[in-house]
Design a protein around this ligand. Structure first.
Ligand code: COA
Length: 157
């Protein structure tokens, strides 16, 4: 099972990604728009994981990190996240942001730290998730924003 193949997402994968996200109550929106920076895990022709980056100038929002339940705890999520971070670095991204409800400890493993909505740079504030969360206080109170500063990372070697 851990042989699942990591590859770029294509239009034909969108409905499978949407199903994975819906099953985990993660937001489903604008997949086609960000498809160039979306990846999937495929096993035996089945899509069992995904993640995506939304790029905003030299910042990015990491989104849609999901692994199907029967494939978890095999470091597939880690492969998805590290691949996205590497791609962000390659594209000159300075800061990666994300929102999570339950995976704060998980993302800490990759160097993400909790931050405040005020820490989001202007470019990222145009994202669908930022606009939704920042305008609904009840939602904001249940969601943790996180930030990975790649520039800081590079300085520390
Ligand atoms: C979060 C998620 C993607 C992790 O996927 P996964 O493939 O099971 O994770 P990995 O196997 O890569 O885990 C790597 C390590 O983190 C640990 N870990 C896994 N889930 C964790 C969690 N929720 N909190 C803390 N640690 C976690 C694993 O035990 C493993 O530890 P190890 O290196 O000591 O063995 C998966 O649980 C998921 O799809 N959750 C629902 C969707 C979600 O919440 N996404 C995040 C918001 S975008």
């Amino acid at each position: 099972m851990a042989e699942a193949k990591l590859r770029h997402a294509a239009s034909k994968d969108i409905s499978a990604i949407e199903a994975l996200l819906s099953a985990q109550h993660l937001p489903v929106y604008s997949l086609q728009e960000f498809l160039d920076t979306f990846w999937v895990l495929e096993d035996g022709g089945r899509i069992v994981g995904s993640t995506g980056l939304e790029l905003y100038d030299d910042c990015s929002l990491l989104r849609s990190v999901v692994v199907e339940e029967s494939y978890r705890r095999q470091h597939l999520g880690q492969r998805l996240v590290l691949n996205a971070i590497e791609e962000a670095r390659r594209r000159g991204v300075r800061r990666i942001y994300l929102f999570t409800m339950e995976a704060t400890d998980y993302f800490s493993r990759f160097g993400f730290r909790r931050c405040a909505l005020e820490d989001f740079e202007l470019a990222v504030r145009q994202s669908f998730q930022y606009r939704g969360i920042s305008s609904i206080p009840e939602l904001a109170s249940r969601i943790t924003p996180m930030l990975l500063d790649l520039a800081e990372d590079a300085e520390q070697g």
